[in-house]
Design a protein. Structure first.
Length: 217
């Protein structure tokens, strides 16, 4: 398995986002956390900022929408230039229609599940998604501890992906470090969101390489 590392911009210096993107050019994508202070109790950035980030970023944008009314807003993030748009099943009235609308605008589509949200309804609908995001913390704030209790759900999804034979990535987000990344990889994850472990490092490129090596070791 080749691990995909997506540093979370939530841990970046918001006063210097273009510079921060250059610091993580060795990553696969940059994970951009969009929060509306309704779906989660935090407020970050929205559509205009994502559009500008997509225009200047050396790597593609992985937009993670932690917002209400995902059916209405998610496709617009694809139009704004995000290469991948992930929305929460808990915030969508019609996840399948929303996924198809995102794809129609040229982006890959991800479905996010909170720690307490079961995967069972989606095991037979993997053809509608390019990625499933298993939250390993409660969404809303960075710096939380990895919830190992989410690993059975991740393993369940990994088994379903293998049975399906489809190219569906399994992403984890929350508390990812050189130790927890091994646990997530052992349970089937191939795509890893890391915040402070990358952006707080003196050399983000080295931190990214270390995370990749941890998966392989």
């Amino acid at each position: 398995m080749v691990p995909h590392i997506h540093p979370s911009i939530l841990a970046a210096d918001f006063a210097n986002l273009e510079r921060e993107l250059q610091r993580i050019a060795a990553a696969d994508l940059v994970h951009v956390d969009v929060m509306d202070n309704h779906f989660v109790p935090n407020l970050t950035i929205g559509l205009p900022v994502v559009e500008r980030l997509a225009a200047v970023s050396p790597i593609p944008i992985d937009a993670h929408l932690m917002i209400d009314d995902a059916d209405r807003w998610a496709p617009d993030y694809a139009s704004a230039g995000a290469a991948s748009v992930t929305f929460h099943v808990e915030a969508a009235s019609d996840p399948i229609a929303t996924a198809r609308a995102i794809r129609a605008r040229g982006a890959r589509v991800g479905l996010a599940l909170k720690p307490g949200t079961p995967a069972d309804p989606w095991l037979d609908r993997l053809d509608e998604f390019d990625m499933i995001l298993v939250m390993t913390v409660e969404p809303g704030f960075g710096g939380q501890s990895f919830m190992e209790s989410t690993m059975p759900k991740l393993a369940q999804l990994a088994a379903a992906v293998e049975r399906s034979g489809r190219d569906v990535r399994l992403q984890v987000d929350g508390g990812i470090s050189t130790s927890t990344i091994r646990i997530a990889a052992a349970n089937g994850a191939d795509t890893f969101v890391a915040g402070s472990s990358v952006f707080a490092a003196a050399d983000p490129a080295e931190a990214i390489a270390t995370l990749r090596a941890a998966v392989s070791s």
